[in-house]
Design a protein around this ligand. Sequence first.
Ligand code: ASP
Length: 358
Amino acid sequence: MNTVKTRMNLIVTAFMLFVFLPYTMGQEKLPKIVILATGGTIAGAGESATGSAYTSGQVSIDAMIDAVPNIRKLANLSGEQLSNVGSQDMSIKIWLKLAKRINELLAGDVDGIVVTHGTDTQEETAFFLNLVVKSDKPVVLTGSMRPSTALSADGPLNMYNAVAVAANPEAKGRGVMIVMNDEIHSAHSAKKMITTPVQTFQSPQHGLLGTVIFGQVTFFHYPYGIHTTKSEFSVDGVKKLPRVDIVYGCADMSPDLIPMLVKAGAKGIVVAGVGDGNMPESTLKAVKRATKKGVTVVRATRVPIGTVLLHGEVDDSKYGSVSSMDLNPQKARILLMLALQKNPEISREELQKMFINY
Ligand code: ASP
């Protein structure tokens, strides 16, 4: 009798293992991904599915995850609401909070991070994180061009693809990325190039890192520039960053803005110059006066693509300025803020090296 019972028990156990083990193992294998929501059009809502008017940052992260079919099959997901703002209201305060939270999560058992974010300043947040995240694990930013209530909203598929990239082992060591419109961009190279269409992010100088089509990830190469674990910058104990402003160049620009910013307390100024980081002689003289007073000036360009040459029409050693190389003005500002935070007395030569390396 006992032998029959034991046999029955064995058969039942074997059956249970056969049915449930693969399921349990599959669950265990899913990578642990945390979605940190900050707002943006991806969380935006409007009155009409076909109207262009809407407000960013209206939908909660839980509702956003629930709106994406099959997303929970890609990863063991959880969401946290860090802020809910249009990214025109993104701030250094939120950047510091976001970076610290990402470092905390990635130091534990979390395998990757997705950040949902408005597209207006997404490349800035991505580049900031690229310089201060201390992990090789994937950090992926995503957003949308159409609000959640719009016809053909692009947010759900972007979020699905972002999670697929963050959960992909090949994504490790590629720095912070932006995933939108089936494309994977590096934080260094991505630029918002068009105001409203879904193909807004482009990497015109260095090209795409890869593609992601309905969750199928293909990587082409690694990003340009030093990032994450190799970066010398850190947000540990940092509560604010030094003030750095951007001055936009144009024909016959007034040199007045530069001394005004110096007076207002700017520690650094990025000039979005014309062409190859050029500016009129009067502005160059204002730059020289500013650098003599200890304010750091970086020459970038208002041209969307290209490198600001070290030895072009402007001789930086004459004016005390530094070239932004291929960083656009808004990313040059971030590198300059972090450089000045690390060393307020940084030399022109040291700073130039940073712009060459990052
Ligand atoms: N203004 C919005 C934002 O940056 C635009 C967007 O998300 O596409 O939050």
